[in-house]
Ligand binder design. Structure first.
Ligand code: ADP
Length: 264
């Protein structure tokens, strides 16, 4: 049975322990984000990241063509290459694939993305973002079956061949559904879903499936996307989703055993 592990790309994530723990595991798919690297590269290229909040309170990265170019360079370039090289240093052959390769992540482009600007809802022109609707799970199974570790990240591709940015947590949920994963582990820079963001000991250890909706107000900003991803994965038949820290020794094993927030 396959485990899908998503490692966060925001500051404070620890990638090295995740790679060390993943390298000896036969049946895993790694999904990655890389927001800190997108921010860093964007700044270096004179295209600093912009974020917006949707009317429903979800924070997203602005993905007009100039920003999307940075996303592609950072995620399908720098971040993915570093993860594949890191796994190689741990003796594991990995294959980096963006969602465009082999139609891996098929997305529907968001029509008329909306943002709240100074209290008013405005339509974002030129937005190249989308949501993953299907995943080429056969290609992933083929690679896993050949002993390779797929390393997957945004961007994704639409039916019309447009390259769009997608949320990595929600992409990971769709990957987990497609490979019929036994668990989806969302490893991040916090110990789990916190009741109080200022108190790292306030981790909610378990959220029954029926209560995901009720816990949404606890999560601000991008943590909301992890809960939405968890809900999507459960609805798609993944039995267990864990939000857990990427730091410390053996983070994959610890999350698999239920450290952090288990949603099932
Ligand atoms: P990653 O790049 O690891 O996926 P994100 O920045 O996307 O990380 O999401 C994790 C962040 O979500 C945390 O660093 C924290 O600031 C924020 N967050 C908001 N609400 C909560 C909450 N209730 N519990 C934990 N983290 C939260």
């Amino acid at each position: 049975m396959t485990i899908v592990v998503k490692v966060g790309g925001a500051l404070g994530n620890a990638v090295e322990p995740v790679l060390a723990d993943l390298a000896p595991r036969p049946d895993v798919v790694l999904v990655h984000g890389g927001s800190a690297e997108v921010d860093r590269l964007g700044k270096a290229l004179g295209r600093p990241s912009e974020y917006y909040t949707s009317p429903s309170g979800v924070v997203s990265r602005r993905s007009d063509p100039a920003h999307l170019e940075v996303v592609v360079l950072a995620l399908a370039g720098t971040v993915q290459t570093a993860l594949v090289a890191g796994l190689a240093r741990h003796g594991r052959k990995a294959v980096g694939l963006s969602g465009v390769d082999g139609g891996l992540l098929r997305a529907r482009r968001k029509e008329g993305a909306r943002a709240v600007v100074e209290g008013r809802v405005v339509r974002l022109a030129d937005d190249l973002s989308g949501s993953v609707e299907s995943v080429n799970g056969e290609m992933l199974s083929l690679l896993v079956g050949a002993g390779l570790l797929p390393v997957v990240g945004p961007p994704a591709i639409t039916d019309r061949g447009e390259v769009v940015n997608v949320d990595a947590d929600r992409a990971a949920a769709q990957v987990a559904i497609a490979v019929r994963a036994e668990a989806l582990l969302l490893l991040t820079n916090v110990p789990g879903l916190l009741r109080d963001l200022a108190d790292p000991t306030s981790v909610l250890p378990r959220i029954p499936r029926a209560e995901v909706e009720a816990t949404l107000p606890l999560a601000q900003g991008r943590m909301r996307k992890k809960l939405l991803a968890a809900r999507e994965a459960l609805e798609g038949g993944v039995p267990r989703v864990v939000i857990a820290p990427s730091s410390g020794a053996a983070p994959v094993g610890r999350a698999f055993r239920g450290e952090g927030t288990v949603i099932e």
